[in-house]
Design a protein around this ligand. Structure first.
Ligand SMILES: [Mn+2]
Length: 289
């Protein structure tokens, strides 16, 4: 196979066997220079960016990926965001509830933008509830404003955000955080000991008419979801997240949601089941609520 090196902006499409992106790159003899991967399977669209530790592509699926270097990384990220935005738009236009699954948390950026535009057009205010271990409020990271570390910095450009379960932030994020809109994981742990769920209402109080819910699976304690890229101890439990969702749909209009940062581990599928069950539960609550 031809050796391709140092090319920016090349778009390759190929059918894969049961290979990881890293194995594909190796088989193509492309030098790994920080690639962006886009993976499409049937109606499910996942983006896999440069952080592909352990990711595997099931046999018979198609991997689309672009090689991006330097300033191109942001361009590719922006294109990916547009892509997810257009997918969400399609769902909204049909009156459906859009669900985005990841993979990379950056898939949320375009989805939120599309949902915000739809709410705006309908004359309703828009907000985002984030359930996550990390604040994700960096303005730019690794050369891109669309990096997964910048998801909530982009989201708050569209309306108020509330952040739940936060327990790991960068020093640079601290000054920009609105403490009234952050429910820290340690507060939740303390409330748990008192069987006090008031923090859920406090979180929802900060939201407006329409809400996009973004659930980064690392919000859960790693004892529940070990299969994620950046596990942080001291997280939420299953029933807390379920109760929060139930209260959310009782008090606000859920316009879409995502469940992201699942990083399946061979031989250990509890996290995968939790993620699937969570999607299920949010849908059930949304339809019942
Ligand atoms: Mn996140």
């Amino acid at each position: 196979m031809a050796r391709i090196t140092g090319i920016g902006g090349v778009f390759l499409k190929m059918k894969l066997g049961d290979q990881s992106p890293a194995e594909v790159i190796k088989s193509l003899e492309i030098e790994d220079m920080g690639f962006e991967y886009e993976f499409r399977e049937g109606l499910m669209h996942l983006l896999i960016y440069s952080d592909t530790r352990g990711a595997r592509i099931p046999a018979g699926n198609t991997l689309l990926f672009r090689l991006a270097t330097g300033s191109e990384v942001e361009i590719v990220h922006a294109e990916a965001s547009d892509y997810f935005g257009s997918m969400v738009n399609l769902k909204v236009e049909r009156g459906a509830l859009p669900i985005v699954l990841g993979g990379e948390h950056s898939v949320t950026i375009g989805a939120v933008e599309a949902a915000a535009t739809a709410s705006d057009a309908a004359g309703r205010s828009f907000s985002v509830l984030q359930v996550d271990a990390h604040a994700d409020t960096r303005e730019s990271y690794h050369g891109s404003r669309y990096n997964h570390a910048c998801v909530m910095a982009r989201a708050r450009e569209h309306g108020p955000i509330v952040q739940v379960g936060i327990r790991a932030i960068d020093a640079s994020e601290r000054p920009g955080l609105d403490e009234d809109r952050v429910i820290w994981a340690h507060e939740i742990a303390a409330a748990r000991a008192r069987a006090d769920t008031g923090w859920m209402d406090r979180a929802i109080d900060g939201l407006v008419d329409d809400v996009w819910l973004t659930i980064d699976l690392d919000a859960f304690d790693p004892s529940f979801v070990p299969a994620t890229g950046t596990p942080e101890p001291g997280g939420l439990d299953w029933y807390e997240v379920n109760a929060l969702v139930r209260r959310l749909v009782a008090r606000r209009r859920l316009v879409g949601f995502d469940v992201v940062e699942l990083l399946p581990q061979p031989g250990q599928h509890a996290s995968d089941f939790l993620a699937a069950r969570l999607v299920y539960r949010v849908l059930a609550e949304a339809w019942a609520g």
